[in-house]
Design a protein around this ligand. Structure first.
Ligand code: B12
Ligand code: SF4
Ligand code: SF4
Length: 270
């Protein structure tokens, strides 16, 4: 099948699976990054994390994204966000597996990748890496730019979206990269991080203190309230804020001017 019609049919499958964000990254972008990328990544993505280091025949990475609903993330850390996180994770894995099978039926090599790929948060405390980075794949597939909080910001959901990827041998028409830097540098993520893991100054995007963040997540996991997620809840970027009526960022401030929200979040956290 030609690249254009194949892309259309992958997009149709994604639509039927209820996937709102889909991007196509040609693997050449790892070696020869587009000049108009919105961020300068220094160092560049290590070669061990390139698709050809995992499945050498890969020609295209298909990245899919599912949102985490803002009013649920607002309760974080909580058992509610913990459950949503697990639900979205399972949905991502299952949908990616189905897309890979669709491509195989069409006669192409294809493998799904798990959305995370680490055994346990305790392992991330010592070695905070999985074997592939979906954030970078989404970035190179044109889904958004990287923010001060070091995760991918999308126009649709800001950072409140989780990703996974499918590798395929099919050459599919790539999506252009987004050249707009979506981060407003409001520093709300920096100010609200409870363990000070996000640097205020220096390189952009900054190197987050992975250990501090992973230790916090590990402590929350022992209470069934992981992950932390505060740096994605307080980010003003994303059209989801309009949809949920959450444009006013002072609802999160500790002076509790917006008592009804604080009461709701506390009720859920009980
Ligand atoms: C490990 C991990 C963590 C660790 C480490 C976080 C981190 N910043 O790397 C911990 C537990 C702390 C964590 C926390 C969170 N995570 Co997390 N995490 C992952 C995971 C499983 C793997 C990431 C990975 O291995 N990347 C590969 C490396 C190469 O990427 P990198 O570290 O960014 O690499 C750069 C630099 O570090 C540097 N570099 C690389 N190697 C080396 C070595 C040296 C020596 C040096 C100096 C530099 C360097 O070069 C790279 C390019 O510049 C991914 C899922 C996945 N498989 O992609 C989710 C993922 C990144 N997490 C996600 C999220 C949402 C979170 C949290 C918000 C928690 C939550 N779910 O609510 C927090 C946010 C923390 C933050 N502000 O960054 C999402 C991000 C979605 C998005 N919109 O971008 C992902 C993609 C999960 C998913 N499937 O959607 N996470
Ligand atoms: S997830 Fe929590 S601890 Fe980790 S960087 Fe974000 S706000 Fe800080
Ligand atoms: S909270 Fe502000 S500084 Fe942090 S990533 Fe979002 S827009 Fe950028």
């Amino acid at each position: 099948m030609k690249s254009g019609p194949l892309k259309k049919s992958v997009l149709m499958i994604c639509r039927s699976l209820g996937i709102p964000l889909v991007g196509f990254e040609p693997v050449e972008r790892r070696e020869d990054p587009p000049k108009d990328l919105p961020n300068v990544l220094s160092p560049w993505i290590p070669e061990d994390f390139w698709p050809h280091s995992i499945y050498p025949e890969t020609k295209t990475v298909i990245v899919i994204g599912l949102p985490v609903s803002l009013p649920v993330v607002e309760t974080a850390p909580s058992i509610y966000y913990h459950e949503l996180y697990k639900t979205v994770n399972s949905a991502l894995d299952l949908k990616a597996y189905e897309i890979a099978n669709f491509l195989i039926e069409k006669g192409y090599g294809a493998i799904y990748l798990p959305r995370d790929a680490y055994g346990d948060i305790k392992i991330l405390v010592e070695n905070p890496f999985a074997f592939f980075s979906h954030k970078h794949a989404a970035y190179l597939a044109g889904l958004g730019s990287i923010g001060q909080n070091n995760v991918l910001l999308t126009p649709e959901y800001g950072p409140r979206v989780r990703f996974t990827s499918i590798f395929t041998t099919a050459e599919i028409k790539p999506d252009p990269v987004k050249n707009e830097d979506l981060c407003t540098r409001c520093l709300l993520c920096v100010k609200n991080c409870p363990v000070g893991a996000i640097p205020r100054k220096g390189d952009f995007p900054p190197p987050v203190d992975k250990k501090l963040c992973a230790i916090r997540s590990s402590q929350l996991r022992d209470q069934f309230r992981s992950p932390c997620g505060i740096c994605i809840k307080v980010c003003p970027v994303g059209k989801d804020r309009e949809l949920f009526g959450r444009k006013n960022m002072s609802i999160y401030s500790k002076d509790r001017k917006f008592e009804k929200y604080h009461m709701a979040w506390e009720h859920v956290r009980m």
